[in-house]
Design a protein around this ligand. Structure first.
Ligand SMILES: [Zn+2]
Length: 320
């Protein structure tokens, strides 16, 4: 049995997977690799997560309470200030070598061989030129906008949405956030939240079709993930054997994302965990005899681990 963190043994496995000799029955078919990415992938770009340990960054308004449909209904201006700031922080950093390694993997394998699920809403994978057809943004994107418009009886819903809108500021009322000021975390000298001037609804991002409010295209607490996207993932999983499941920078505790690890395992996948605390995780106990776990930053690990499939990763040129 190979060591769970032996790079050479992992490279050997990758070579067997691409040569089709990992399973006699599988000879001649394309490899199938799935990845599940979390905040740890973007951490190496300098982007902190607003969930979990860094929640204290947003010390005056609890981000858990801002990322809800109820908060948006109560004060869309406050929620938009929070998201305008998050858009700004995501735009202010660059994708790292981990994002580029995954994008290169997507381009190196035959079509349909790689499916990359990400819980990140920062669009950093997209900015590497990762082929969108092999990317599923489970929790949406900070740069997607959609209309909340409906008529009073709720029978009509405006279906307007726009993807990958990197405009900064979206509207003049959100200019402060676009300059890197987190207004939702400004405090008085006594440390109390500063009462921010209310932004009138008509000064917030507006639907060009029906003039209703636009909201960030992210999945908020209490909201369901996009059904069509989930169906497309299930269809990919159902095609047949999965050779490899990469679990990158996520403690994989959030469902349904976490469930994909088990689905991949049932489909025959070797599970590979890449995480800063891979050696500590309770997941180590759940490590199967064929599984791997590598401790470290995804930006350092992915280019090295995937080298048999993607070659030496070139220093990223300018973003596409
Ligand atoms: Zn609309």
């Amino acid at each position: 049995m190979p060591d769970h963190n032996a790079v050479a043994a992992f490279h050997e496995l990758l070579r067997r997977i691409v040569s089709g000799s990992d399973s006699v029955a599988a000879a001649g078919r394309s490899p199938r690799i799935m990845a599940l990415c979390g905040a740890g992938l973007s951490a190496a770009s300098g982007l902190s997560t607003f969930r979990g340990s860094t929640a204290a960054l947003w010390h005056t308004h609890d981000p858990m309470k801002l990322a809800t449909p109820e908060a948006f209904a109560a004060d869309p201006g406050l929620v938009w200030r929070f998201y305008a700031y998050r858009r700004h922080t995501a735009l202010a950093v660059k994708p790292n070598a981990g994002h580029y390694a995954l994008a290169t993997l997507a381009r190196s394998l035959p079509d349909g061989s790689f499916l990359c699920l990400t819980q990140n809403v920062d669009a950093l994978s997209l900015r590497t030129g990762h082929p969108p057809e092999s990317l599923r943004t489970l929790h949406g994107s900070l740069f997607d906008l959609r209309c909340v418009g409906s008529n009073r009886k709720g029978r009509f819903h405006c279906n307007y949405s726009i993807e990958d809108d990197f405009t900064e500021p979206l509207v003049p009322a959100l200019a402060m956030a676009a300059e890197g000021v987190d207004e939702t975390a400004t405090t008085t000298e006594q440390g109390k939240p500063l009462l921010l001037p209310h932004i009138p609804v008509d000064e917030l991002p507006q639907c060009p079709k029906c003039k209703s409010l636009l909201r960030p295209g992210v999945v908020w607490f209490g909201e369901a993930l996009d059904k069509e996207m989930l169906r497309s993932i299930d269809q990919w999983v159902a095609v047949g054997k999965i050779d490899l499941m990469l679990v990158i920078g996520t403690s994989a505790e959030v469902y349904p994302a976490a469930g994909y690890i088990e689905k991949a395992r049932r489909a025959g996948a070797v599970v590979v965990t890449l995480n800063l605390d891979a050696e500590l995780q309770q997941g180590r106990r759940a490590l199967g005899s064929r599984d791997f776990a590598f401790e470290g930053s995804a930006a350092d690990l992915l280019p090295v681990l995937l080298e048999p499939l993607i070659g030496k990763l070139e220093k990223p040129k300018a973003e596409t």
